[in-house]
Structure formats: C-alpha cells, structure tokens
Design a binder for this molecule. Structure first.
Ligand code: SF4
Ligand code: SF4
Length: 440
C-alpha cells in the first residue's frame, strides 16, 4: 500500500546535479544522494516543499492539476486560498479577483473563509471549553505539519483538534449547495482548490483523518495567476465575498490564534522552528500552553512554495484588504448549528490518524534492538560531523541506511581519509577501527 502513496513533490532526475543542498533541509531526513542524484524516500516525505525552495537547479517540483481539469466536470467550483489576495499589486479588490476566476471558466467561486469562520466558532465556543481535552490543542490545518506529527511526533496525535480543514468544510458545503442548485449528481460537480501549498495535493489524494476528500483537484497559484491577471477588469464585477476579517488573516501566522481569542498560545512558522517547539511540547516543557499553531512555511501559507509574491508583501496586502471586511460575529443560533455539525460528525475527523513510524528499524522487535546496537557501535567510529558528503543527511542516517541494508555501497569519506592517514603515519599498516567495513 505504501508504494501506492501519492506524493506531490517529485524529482526531475535529469536536472539534479547531486549538490546535496536539499539533503540537510529536509525535516524528515527523506532525501539521500546516491550515484550523483537525489532520491526521495517516499515513506518519510511529508511534501512540505522545502526541497523545492532550496534546489538551485529546479530539480524538485510539485505535481498539481492543469486548468484543463475544469473540462472534466459539468459544473465547477473554485475555492481559492485567501493567500491569492496578496499576489496582485495595485489595490486589486477581492471581488475583482473572485470575478476574474469565474471568467476563466468556473461556474462558482467560494472563499475558503466560509469553512474558516465555522471552524473558528466551533473551536472557540465549544472544543476549547471541553474539560477532558489534551492541551496544548494543535490545529493541524497545515497539511505538512499534520504529516510531520504523524511521522516524527506520534505521541502528539491526541493533541490534534479533530475537526476538518477549512478547505474540506468549504468544499463539502459548496458541493451540496451546487447539487441543490443544479440537480446534477455529486460526481459531475468538480471542486478545485487554488493552492499556495505542495502538501495540499497529497492531502486530497491521501487524506488523513477523513475517508475521502470533497475536493477534486488542486491548481497551483502559480499556474492560475496569469489567467486571473488577464481576466481582471474585463466586465462587471460580481459581489462574491463571503468571508470575514478574521478569516482573511488565517493564512498568516498568528491569525488563527488571534481569531480564536486564545491568550496562552504559541504561533510558530517555518518547519524547522516548528520541529523545535514540538520537541518541547513532547517533552512536556510547555505545560501551560493552551493552543499551538504551527505552519510549515515562513509567514504561514503566504510563504507557500506555489506562491509568486514575497510573503511579507503578500501579508501586508491581505491585512489591508481585511480592514474593509466585517468581523466574525455569528448569531447564537448559527453557532449552535455549527456545533451540531461538529457533534454529529459532519465536520469532524472520522478516521483515526495512525502513527507512521519512520524510525522503526525492523518489524521484528528483537531484530530492531539488534540493529539499534549495531548503529550505536557504528556511531562510536563515525566522525559525527554530519557533513552529508556520503549522501545521507547525518552520520546516524548513514549508519541506519547501512544497518537496514538500504545502501551497502555507502562510504564515509571523512573516515576513509582518516584511516588512510593513520595507515601512512603508522608505516606498518596498523590502522584504527574501520567503520566502512571493507567498503573502501
Ligand atoms: S538541491 Fe537536491 S535535487 Fe537540487 S540539484 Fe542539489 S541534490 Fe539535486
Ligand atoms: S518535500 Fe519536504 S519532506 Fe519531502 S523530500 Fe522535500 S524537504 Fe523532504
């Protein structure tokens, strides 16, 4: 099953020069450089897109749908991430952008804000008040962080809020409304997300926490940008804004915590910083924390790998557009309805998120312990400088690959040089312990 797992981040091998730039940036040690080319270990990759950002040769890219996906359905609905609002210079209004999306060929456009306002109300007025919840609550709306917790911090899975993402909720509500409006069957209605994020495509093809996604495709923000630009100011503008000021700020780091009205929160952006804080939470060093908002990209979704604009400029534009919108002030009746949707399982995660143990050395516990001992032994003789020259991101990963039989040809160049030097100095060939085990 694992082999069939879809990954949006892929390597274009012909472009890779084996420079190892991506090797150390990968937060889950999913990259190895072997025979002069990078390789992605599928079971470790969380599709965060860090390697896309860092490759100087554009050898890593993201698989998304082309705009032709519109033709596959009788009725199509676009859901743009609100990050889109930060991509256009020159005071372009939200309604102008949404109308331009419709002109491209979509029948309807829904802001993801619809789902955000619902989530925000249910978390702040219901979930946070439950006496038995495990804190800090983690709102894993960032699909890369959700996968990161699954592979590196499985003990924190119970802290994840069991509510669907805003995109999923919006997609589901939009699809149901379209069925009512058009009379078409669900499968002839396509919901397409306009995404700043590489991990979103994976979350649609391999959903976590839900049985299946209500989204039918993902178009990269980079792909659709030119088409939107061409269709701006091309006729009358429709009034399509549905979101609130609070919802608009969700894709910006800190936006979620502020809109939830939580005082004791921690909002962290950038996957490596998120890892440091999750380690602290795992070690129970942040006991008083109520809410953790972690986003893999710098600045939040505004820094996604599929965006065009500088995240700081995009953030400033979104903030200024948000000023013109009303705040999220739902009626008690609306909130009661939304809480019922959650309690009835309509917007709640229905599938268990299982840990994905990438660190397990062997299915057999006894063999796993033996392999652990072998790694410990090897670590005594490896230089421990994590230089990456061997093609593994750390000395430990190098040892693990050998012990797991995944790279029998691996050689530690540093140790080889040291051994040669020792040999030369000793003159009589009496060398020290050799970690390369006869591979030199
Ligand atoms: S950064 Fe990684 S993928 Fe890009 S050329 Fe270097 S080794 Fe290859
Ligand atoms: S997408 Fe992220 S997890 Fe996957 S190989 Fe690239 S850096 Fe590693």
């Amino acid at each position: 099953m694992e082999n069939q797992y879809f990954h949006s981040v892929i390597l274009k091998e012909d472009r890779c020069i084996g420079c190892t730039n991506c090797l150390k940036a990968c937060p889950t040690e999913a990259i190895r450089v072997r025979d002069g080319k990078a390789r992605i270990i599928g079971e470790r990759c969380i599709d965060c897109g860090e390697c896309i950002r860092l490759c100087p040769n554009k050898a890593k890219s993201a698989v998304t749908d082309s705009l032709d996906i519109i033709k596959r359905f009788k009725y199509t609905i676009a859901i743009p991430s609100m990050v889109l609002y930060g991509q256009f210079a020159g005071n372009v209004g939200i309604n102008e952008m949404l109308t331009a999306i419709k002109r491209i060929g979509f029948d309807e456009v829904y802001e993801a804000a619809l789902g955000i306002d619902i989530i925000s109300n249910v978390i702040s007025r219901h979930i946070l008040k439950k006496p038995d919840i495990r804190k800090p609550l983690i709102n894993a709306t960032c699909p890369a962080i959700l996968r990161l917790i699954q592979v590196r911090f499985p003990e924190l899975i119970p802290n994840i809020i069991d509510i669907e993402t805003p995109m999923e909720i919006t997609a589901r509500l939009a699809k149901q409304e379209a069925v009512r409006k058009t009379g078409l069957p669900m499968e002839e209605i396509g919901v397409i997300f306009i995404s700043p994020c590489t991990a979103r495509m994976t979350s649609i093809r391999n959903p976590l926490g839900i049985e299946r996604s209500y989204m039918d495709g993902v178009v990269s923000m980079k792909t659709i940008y030119g088409e939107i630009l061409r269709n701006l100011n091309n006729g009358p503008t429709e009034n399509l804004v549905r979101g609130t000021k609070d919802a608009l700020l969700w894709p910006i780091i800190g936006g979620q915590s502020v809109s939830l009205g939580i005082e004791n929160y921690l909002a962290v952006d950038g996957i490596h910083e998120v890892i440091k804080v999750l380690e602290e939470i795992e070690m129970e060093k942040l006991e008083d924390l109520e809410f953790f908002e972690g986003m893999a990209c710098i600045g939040g979704c505004v820094g996604g790998p599929l965006t065009l604009e500088n995240p700081f400029i995009a953030r400033s534009r979104i903030r200024s557009l948000a000023k013109g919108l009303p705040g999220n002030q739902p009626t008690d009746e609306a909130v009661a309805h939304q809480i019922r949707m959650y309690e009835d399982g309509f917007i709640r995660l229905t599938e268990k998120i299982e840990p994905k143990e990438i660190t397990r050395l062997d299915e057999d516990i006894a063999k796993s312990i033996k392999k652990m001992e072998m790694i410990k032994e090897m670590m005594k003789y490896l230089p421990g400088i994590d230089c990456g020259v061997c093609g593994a991101p750390t000395c430990r990963a190098f040892a693990e690959d050998i012990v797991k039989g995944e790279n029998q040809k691996a050689i530690c160049i540093v140790k080889t040089m040291e051994n040669l030097k020792n040999k030369k100095n000793a003159g009589n060939g009496k060398e020290g312990q050799n970690v390369n085990q006869g591979r030199e």
